[in-house]
Design a protein around this ligand. Structure first.
Ligand code: SF4
Length: 367
């Protein structure tokens, strides 16, 4: 499809090294990619693959699976082979699972060295295995599992403590000539998290994976992540993102895509522009907007569709919409590019908008 230019000037991206998570390039000039993590028991191969398929359909580009047990490690070959998107194995306590993940064909491994006892002794072997298999490693530092030494030094998980931990872990790999690294310094507080990533961005050239950890339920987690990622991405910082939510992981993917679209880093497919309603509204705008959004969900055209509560201000307020409706007197004035093209009863608004959206989308595609 011909895609229009991105709507806003895109901020220059921070210069980073580039790594490849399977076929997905991360860092360098690659677009920011969206990640999520499965919530199934990884050893349940069918359930995990089913969830990965749903995440893929929602637009997820890289998926992470937890590997806390031997059974999970043994499931990795089947999952890595059958998943439609690259799989990252998330290893917390057992270096032996890192080797298992690399052997299984996982596209990357995430380690939290603060959690892997005697990890330092194993770094050389891990670096060699990862290097031989061309598998990048993500150094994932988390406020909740910060190295005890740094916790003692800083008193708590400050931005400086998170960054010192991450850089130290990176240096352990660098000593063995391994630099296919991607780094994260997650914190549950967006302000601390933003500061940590700013410091980290200044201190290294590795691509960064953004995350506000334990961000909370859908609304709170999305807002925290949107504020933090928006601040960083607008400064060019961030190469992959994961919105961590206490919600089904498909919601994480939708939120992540929406954040990238809102930052001007990704072209929107469909945008619903709906008014908040006010005392002039002559229709239940909230319900109508929900219905229109649901009816047009998945429409593969980059259309901006407006749902406005009154005919007085609606078309003017939605002047830049491709298509829209303004309501009044039990009717909907359907407009295209600011011009009213028809007026329909309220009960026909949704179906008329869908018909017009398809017509407009197809004509765009034919251009
Ligand atoms: Fe109010 Fe009309 Fe504006 Fe909606 S479009 S907020 S109903 S003035």
């Amino acid at each position: 499809l011909p895609m229009p230019e991105l709507p806003t000037p895109v901020p220059p991206r921070r210069r980073t090294r580039q790594v490849h998570v399977g076929p997905v390039a991360v860092g360098g000039d690659a677009p920011v990619s969206v990640q999520s993590m499965t919530t199934t028991v990884t050893a349940d191969v069918d359930a995990t693959l089913q969830q990965i398929a749903a995440l893929t359909a929602a637009g997820c580009q890289i998926v992470r699976v937890a590997v806390p047990t031997q059974d999970d490690a043994e499931a990795l070959p089947a999952i890595a082979a059958k998943a439609q998107i690259p799989v990252i194995a998330d290893i917390h306590f057992q270096p032996k699972y890192v080797f298992a993940a690399i052997d299984a064909g996982c596209a990357a491994v995430r380690v939290n060295p603060g959690n892997i006892k005697k990890f330092d002794d194993k770094i050389k072997e891990i670096a060699k295995a990862a290097s031989d298999a061309k598998v990048p490693i993500r150094i994932g530092v988390n406020a909740g599992s910060l190295d005890k030494r740094l916790l003692a030094k800083y008193g708590k998980a400050t931005p400086e403590a998170l960054v010192e931990s991450a850089l130290w872990e990176c240096s352990l790999f660098e000593e063995h000539g391994f630099s296919d690294l991607k780094v994260s310094v997650k914190h549950h507080d967006p302000v601390t998290m933003v500061r940590a990533y700013e410091l980290l961005a200044d201190a290294c050239e590795y691509p960064l994976h953004l995350g506000v950890t334990e961000a909370g339920p859908l609304l709170q987690g999305t807002i925290k992540s949107a504020v933090a990622f928006g601040t960083l991405l607008n400064r060019g910082i961030g190469d992959t993102i994961r919105v961590s939510l206490s919600a089904p992981p498909v919601e994480e993917v939708k939120a992540g895509i929406s954040i990238l679209e809102s930052c001007g880093l990704r072209q929107r497919r469909l945008e619903i522009v709906s008014c908040p309603s006010c005392g002039r509204a002559q229709v239940d705008v909230h319900t109508l907007a929900e219905k229109v959004a649901a009816a047009l969900d998945g429409l593969p055209y980059p259309l901006r569709v407006a749902v406005m509560g009154c005919v007085v201000n609606g078309p003017g307020e939605a002047r830049e919409a491709d298509l829209g409706v303004s309501c009044g007197n039990g009717k909907g004035q359907i407009f295209r590019k600011g011009e009213v093209i028809t007026t329909v009863p309220e009960s026909k608004i949704v179906e008329t908008l869908v018909e017009e959206a398809l017509r407009l989308g197809e004509s765009l595609a034919a251009e």
